[in-house]
Design a protein around this ligand. Structure first.
Ligand code: UD1
Ligand code: UDP
Length: 393
């Protein structure tokens, strides 16, 4: 029986690889193993728990102020031992994180074939997203099997000289994970509404929920300042909205977001805690710690729109019929823009404010974005990947 080793390290990789892990073990055709670098710790663990995945190897590399050198060096050294011990027939990696690139490189050093899930996304700007654009491109050079989520991603790979017989269009496994979770959450909405109220004091009745996330390295500094100013403007000028922002655990995100909000309200806002910030007397801007996937999907499904710089959320929100405003200048996922469900607003105060205001005040525009078709998948991507592997390796 051939052995497949899946390697990942962060929250989004875990969410998007979970359907592959589950389908692989159901298929029974391969021996499958999981190694996590744990480039993320808490944010990874909640996904592992949710999907019942117990890694065979856990390198536990995360440190509080890690940089790209730390992740690269520690993951590469740790994976050497894992790969030598397991000697898999194939390593599967996902997406564009530093764990992805390092795992593909480590496999290449030991001449082990690499399969790349979510291959072929591109902005062609090596600094945006940073460092993900190059992580993904370099992984593409190292990979032997390319699982492209869309036709456009396949065409990018073809244009770079990847042979067509090495590329398969599968859809994005994020839609598999989301459908599974949305069904679970949808069957018990009262539970999640109480959970958010009991745990975080969050009550959403009678307000338009604007769900916000942001963590991109290229938005550190001025980008986050602009985002926070836009959030404050929106709450002050649109009394019908409630902005909910689960803040990523990266200190480079927590620190500016909490301190700028402290400045905006003239009161202490405690880092990492659930806080409803009162502006003009109304608690309509709530900062939360990162949420587990289930309550996060519940919040997406309850939202009026989503404001984000995330990759995965750009794919998920359209599948739930939610317009997405993306706080970036360019995206490696343009299909959502072409489908009319995603709009780029940059990390710029005025553009973010205008983009959200338009959607709040123009019902036709809102409907056209909310009803556009999700271009990222049909929920069967993982099954396709397993079928392809059965025939190809
Ligand atoms: C990483 C990925 C990025 C991906 C994002 C998803 C790289 C270079 N970046 O960025 O592509 O979009 O994950 O969220 O691969 N932290 C915790 N606990 C956690 C997770 C993070 O405390 O569970 C804090 C730690 O202080 C850590 C810091 O966040 O040092 C940064 O984590 P890191 O993985 O380096 O960067 P992200 O911004 O999370
Ligand atoms: N997500 C989550 N809790 C949160 C924020 C996001 O579970 O508080 C999920 C989200 O639904 C998506 C994934 O995390 O599946 C996206 O991760 P992130 O935005 O950190 O990374 P990116 O996709 O930008 O690499």
């Amino acid at each position: 029986m051939k052995k497949i080793l899946l390697i990942f390290g962060t929250r989004p990789e875990a969410i998007k690889m979970a359907p592959v892990v589950m389908r692989l073990s159901e298929a029974g055709t391969f021996q499958s193993r999981v190694a996590v670098t744990a480039q993320h710790r808490q944010m990874l663990d909640q996904v592992l728990d949710l999907f019942n995945i117990t890694p065979d190897y856990d390198l536990d590399i995360m440190s509080p102020a890690q940089d790209l050198f730390d992740i690269t060096g520690q993951a590469l050294a740790g994976l050497k031992g894992v790969l030598r011990q397991e000697q898999p027939d194939l390593v599967l990696v996902h997406g564009d994180t530093t764990t992805t690139l390092v795992a593909a490189l480590a496999a290449f050093y030991l001449q082990i074939p690499v399969g790349h899930v979510e291959a072929g996304l591109r902005t062609r700007d090596k600094h945006r997203p940073y460092p993900e654009e190059l992580n993904r491109r370099l992984t593409g050079v190292l990979a032997d099997y390319h699982f492209a989520p869309t036709d456009w991603a396949r065409d990018n790979l073809l244009a770079e000289g990847v042979p067509s017989e090495r590329i398969w269009v599968t859809g994005n496994t994020v839609i598999d994970a989301l459908q599974w979770m949305a069904q679970k959450v949808g069957s018990e909405p009262g539970f999640w509404s109480h959970y958010l109220k009991d745990r975080y004091g969050l009550s959403l009745d009678h307000q338009r929920l604007l769900l916000v996330t942001g963590h991109r390295r290229e938005n550190f500094g001025e980008g986050f300042r602009q985002i926070c100013l836009a959030l404050r403007d929106l709450v002050l000028q649109h009394p019908e909205v409630h902005l909910v922002y689960p803040v990523h655990l990266n200190p480079q995100v927590q620190q500016p977001v909490y301190s700028m909000m402290t400045e905006a309200v003239g009161a202490m806002v405690k880092m990492g805690q659930a806080t409803s910030i009162k502006l003009n007397g109304g608690g309509r801007l709530t900062l939360l710690p990162p949420l587990d996937y289930a309550p996060f999907v519940y919040l997406m499904s309850r939202s009026y729109l989503v404001l984000t710089d995330s990759g995965g959320i750009q794919e998920e929100a359209p599948a739930l019929g939610k317009p997405v405003l993306v706080m970036r200048e360019v995206t490696e996922r343009p299909e959502g823009v072409w489908a009319g469900t995603v709009k780029l607003v940059g990390a710029e105060r005025e553009q973010i404010f205008q983009g959200v205001s338009e959607l709040l005040t123009n019902p036709n525009l809102y409907q056209s974005m909310a009803q556009a078709q999700n271009p990222y998948g049909d929920g069967c991507a993982a099954a396709r990947i397993i079928q392809i592997l059965k025939e190809a390796i």
